[in-house]
Design a protein around this ligand. Structure first.
Ligand SMILES: N[C@@H](CCC(=O)N[C@@H](CS)C(=O)NCC(=O)O)C(=O)O
Length: 203
């Protein structure tokens, strides 16, 4: 059985919980207190971070790597596109999201960095600008890749859920993003994957 070491408010762990529930297989989630990390976290992940996935002698970290493994191990419903060209494009998008959005999310999540108001303000404004660029795409498409829900939606959802919590206000022109977010948030697996601390992040 797969075991996921997860932070109850961690957006990256949230991605992996979302995929586990989408797949509907047997797994165990172990909540990790990030203010008092057990020693074995740094043994399993040299960067000392969650999420971590353990399955027998396989230990994985990095949310997108974990999610691709779960997707290949349990192919239904398939979250990475079947076509190699689309798969490659999806990986590139995932990479862009990390470089252009989640690098700023990490500032807002980091216990030291988030005490620096200037850094946080810069992170909020970068998130707002980059997300707003997705509005025209989401005005046309049901999901980030088109009609089908995919790994890109999984990767993005935890950030959209936390916008208010992070103090990021989207401009009015970003209404298609809010509509898209509600579509993803209404998925049964999304609701099941939320921890009690995440449930109260949004009114
Ligand atoms: N790039 C990593 C980021 C993981 C991450 O930043 N995890 C944070 C919690 S949200 C963490 O474990 N922080 C504890 C620490 O760095 O000591 C991923 O996608 O899995």
């Amino acid at each position: 059985m797969m075991i996921l070491y997860s932070g109850t408010t961690c957006p990256f762990s949230h991605r992996c919980r979302f995929v586990l529930y989408e797949k509907g297989m047997d797994f165990e989630i172990r909540d990790i207190d990030l203010y008092n990390k057990p020693d074995d976290i740094s043994v399993m992940n040299p960067y000392g971070q969650v999420p971590i996935l353990v399955e027998r002698d396989l230990i994985l970290y990095e949310s997108n790597i974990i999610n691709e493994y779960i997707d290949e191990r349990f192919p239904h419903p398939q979250l990475m596109p079947a076509d190699p060209v689309m798969r490659a494009r999806t990986r590139l998008f995932l990479y862009n999201f990390e470089k252009e959005l989640f690098v700023h999310v990490s500032v807002l999540e980091d216990q030291v960095a988030r005490a620096d108001e200037k850094r946080c303000a810069a992170a909020r404004s970068a998130i707002r600008d980059r997300l707003s660029q997705l509005a025209p795409l989401l005005a046309k498409n049901k999901y980030l890749l088109g009609d089908e829900f995919s790994m890109l939606d999984v990767a993005m959802a935890p950030l959209l859920w936390r916008l208010e919590h992070y103090g990021v206000d989207l401009p009015r022109t970003a209404a298609p993003i809010q509509k898209y977010a509600e579509r993803v948030f209404s998925r049964p697996a999304y609701i099941e994957a939320l921890t009690p601390s995440e449930k109260v992040m949004r009114r």
